[in-house]
Design a protein around this ligand. Structure first.
Ligand SMILES: Nc1ncnc2c1ncn2[C@@H]1O[C@H](COP(=O)(O)OP(=O)(O)OP(=O)(O)O)[C@@H](O)[C@H]1O
Ligand SMILES: [Mg+2]
Length: 242
């Protein structure tokens, strides 16, 4: 396989902010909010993709437009460039580790690696070290990392702090506080007011926020409110239109 950066733009899904190769993305939402559905939509733009699926999920390889594999070694198959790796339960740790290490071992630049359940990979599989390396050193390797999680707590702090993009569904209390510490204070009020399946997208370079949702009928992202953080008074109610 070539070691030069791979072509990146695949689909033309409109995104509120430019998402470039090597920029990481964290996606947070409690179960049933639509995390995996949104992740699949966002990942549609990447040509060289590895989705790591470690739990039974109704999202299939077809939902990710990916080729289903059980072993990381099958990533060698150059007939495909988008893969959903769903290892057998007992082999999860080894196979996920091989996949996370692949860009370094083979010196392949330009992959996007998406972990559907970040907490599981860190806590159950004990692969936080590999995740941390990919998030802190991936950028120079044109490696784009995506991490989905139900809550922002209990995840290695590098995941969110190294994410250029932090996308979150609604949450409150302690979780909202942890999220705000990793992004911006005003996001705390935002996530408290989000509707079902609605999310906020924080873009770190400009500290801007965009609020919207994925329309399942059209497959597009729809804006429901947008603002720059300086316009939001601390603690003031936000003008969210639904
Ligand atoms: N934007 C949306 N609009 C309406 N329904 C949605 C939307 N996104 C997801 N759903 C529906 O919500 C349900 C849960 O979606 P999904 O599996 O993506 O959630 P999840 O956050 O990944 O949950 P889990 O943490 O359990 O994996 C599905 O039935 C899906 O069809
Ligand atoms: Mg899911």
């Amino acid at each position: 396989m070539a070691s030069s950066p791979r072509a990146q733009q695949r689909s033309s899904l409109w995104l509120p902010f430019t998402w470039q190769q090597g920029e990481h993305l964290s996606l947070i939402g409690e179960t049933g909010t639509g995390k995996s559905t949104l992740m699949a939509a966002l990942l549609s733009q990447w040509s060289y993709l590895i989705v790591l699926q470690t739990k039974a999920d109704k999202l299939t390889a077809a939902d990710y437009s990916a080729h289903l594999i059980k072993r990381a070694q099958q990533l060698d198959d150059t007939h495909y460039s988008r893969f959903l790796l769903r290892p057998a339960y007992r082999e999860q740790r080894r196979e996920v580790a091989i996949a996370l290490d692949r860009p370094w071992k083979h010196n392949e630049k330009g992959w996007t690696i998406a972990v559907d359940e970040e907490f599981y990979v860190e806590d159950n599989l004990r692969l936080g070290g590999l995740i941390e390396r990919n998030f802190t050193q991936g950028r120079s390797h044109f490696l784009t990392n995506v991490a989905g999680m139900q809550r922002p707590s209990g995840i290695t702090r590098f995941v969110m702090s190294q994410s250029t993009h932090v996308v979150s569904f609604g949450m409150e209390g302690r979780d909202a506080k942890v999220l705000s510490e990793a992004t911006t204070a005003s996001i705390q009020d935002v996530v408290d007011q989000l509707g079902r399946h609605e999310f906020v997208w924080f873009y770190r370079p400009t500290r801007s926020m965009w609020i919207g949702r994925l329309d399942l009928k059209t497959g597009r992202l729809i804006e429901t409110a947008r603002f720059a953080p300086e316009r939001v008074g601390r603690g003031a109610p936000l003008p969210l239109q639904r």
